[in-house]
Ligand binder design. Structure first.
Ligand code: SF4
Length: 427
């Protein structure tokens, strides 16, 4: 493990970086997406935010700090273009670890650089200002704004009127919008109904319950009862909205299919499944997503791409659905590799690799990625590991200077009296 010393002017620190660096990469290969961000931290510090689950980020969020990672949009684009995952058509996600609205300036420049056959999802909950509205008012076939509007709630300390965001998005083409309404809890029902009755007819939306996982301070918050959830679903349908947890038609807008179509098809029979299948039938990618798979052709492609990744099968792939397979490999692997395979194979399939790291929904994070995986990516050119390590080192230096100068070393960064930035979780 690399150890360096440096001096901030106030005290000398010893660097013990490696386990934490990937968590601060400006680009990450995560499940289903290439995520990228130009900043670290968030000004909003929402009580229910899952991005602050990572222990090393907690203090940044609590203080509403946002640190620019000093990556220019042109540089980000250069790295993106070099990624086999980008070339394979993996979707780009801006605002994964923060709110994209806080990095609009650089993000908008990057969006203009990216070729329009690459699908981009932009995640924000911030009401759009005039500049943002002007930018997003231009129709872009490859761009989806995933907007989260949160009903006011005393128990979640949400005070901003959710309709500020709804009204601010009025100039934007509905095809570019996907709404997340939530988190829904027992005490924000009045606003939930207001949102559903104000969104333009035909809005695509997901009603999102509060996710308590990893947020013990919310244990006392009363959840929304199941019958109330169903009532809101009906309100949304009565308003002519499309209620779906999938926003894969953003892929259809760039003439691609969805690798995880089995998650729609394999649901138990229900009105929700019927609605989602009916929506698929109206989607331009229906033939790509639902054509039967040529298994021999799939197997040939799988072997070729596993060879490129440096992964070796130790068993025959197990088919778990029309378009889903589980594979066992000898080496540690990652969600980024799964996602690459899902997209590079034609037609798209869902591949689950036995040795991948845990995802965020399981309490994992990108710094759980195995060092052997990063080494392999460095060697086969799958990811610009060295360059991204440099960016992450600079970000961590910034964090240390900010907290160090205030005479405060965040305790979750350190296990040795504030001498090292290190994540306890990674030990
Ligand atoms: S056909 Fe269905 S699964 Fe495929 S992209 Fe369209 S909505 Fe998604």
């Amino acid at each position: 493990m690399e150890k360096k010393t440096f001096n901030t002017g106030e005290r000398q620190y010893r660097r013990v970086y490696e386990p934490l660096l990937p968590e601060y990469y400006p680009i990450k290969l995560i499940g289903a997406f290439i995520s990228l961000d130009f900043i670290v931290g968030c000004a909003f510090n929402c009580s229910f935010c899952i991005s602050k689950r990572h222990p090393s980020r907690k203090e940044l969020f609590e203080r509403g700090l946002v640190i620019d990672n000093r990556v220019a949009p042109e540089k980000m684009y250069h790295w993106l273009k070099s990624l086999p995952s980008y070339q394979a058509g993996v979707q780009i996600r801006i605002g994964h670890d923060t709110d994209a609205g806080l990095e609009f300036e650089k993000s908008s420049q990057l969006i203009d650089l990216i070729d329009n056959e690459h699908s981009i999802t932009y995640l924000t909950r911030k009401p759009l200002n005039e500049n943002e509205r002007d930018f997003f008012a231009k129709y872009r076939s490859n761009l989806l704004l995933k907007l989260t509007t949160t009903p006011r709630s005393k128990s979640l300390s949400i005070t901003r009127d959710p309709l500020d965001l709804v009204h601010s998005a009025e100039p934007i083409d509905n095809k570019m919008l996907y709404w997340v309404v939530g988190p829904l809890v027992n005490d924000n029902q009045e606003d939930t109904e207001r949102i559903l009755k104000t969104l333009p007819k035909g809005s695509r939306l997901f009603l999102k319950n509060l996710n308590y996982y990893g947020l013990p301070h919310l244990d006392q918050v009363k959840p929304l009862a199941e019958q109330d959830y169903k009532r809101f679903e009906q309100v949304a349908l009565d308003q002519g909205h499309i209620v779906t947890e999938w926003f894969c038609d953003s892929l259809a807008r760039v003439n691609k299919g969805f690798f995880d179509v089995d998650k729609i098809e394999q649901q138990p029979d229900s009105p929700k499944k019927e609605r989602e299948i009916a929506y698929c039938k109206s989607c331009s990618s229906y033939p790509i997503c639902y054509t039967p798979l040529d298994v021999k052709g799939f197997r040939d492609q799988l072997d070729k791409h596993l060879e490129f990744l440096g992964l070796h099968l130790i068993d025959e792939p197990r088919r778990t659905g029309n378009r889903s397979f589980e594979i066992k490999v000898a080496e540690p692997s990652s969600r980024g590799e799964e996602t690459y395979l899902n997209h590079v194979i034609n037609p798209p399939v869902s591949i689950n690799i036995n040795t991948r790291e845990q995802g965020r929904s399981q309490g994992g994070s990108f710094c759980n990625i195995d060092g052997e995986v990063l080494k392999r990516w460095y060697q086969n050119g799958f990811f610009p590991v060295t360059e991204l390590n440099n960016v992450a080192e600079n970000v961590l230096d910034d964090i240390r200077r900010i907290f160090g100068k205030r005479g405060y070393i965040p305790k979750t960064f350190s296990d040795n009296g504030g001498l090292a930035l290190e994540c306890k979780k990674c030990k």
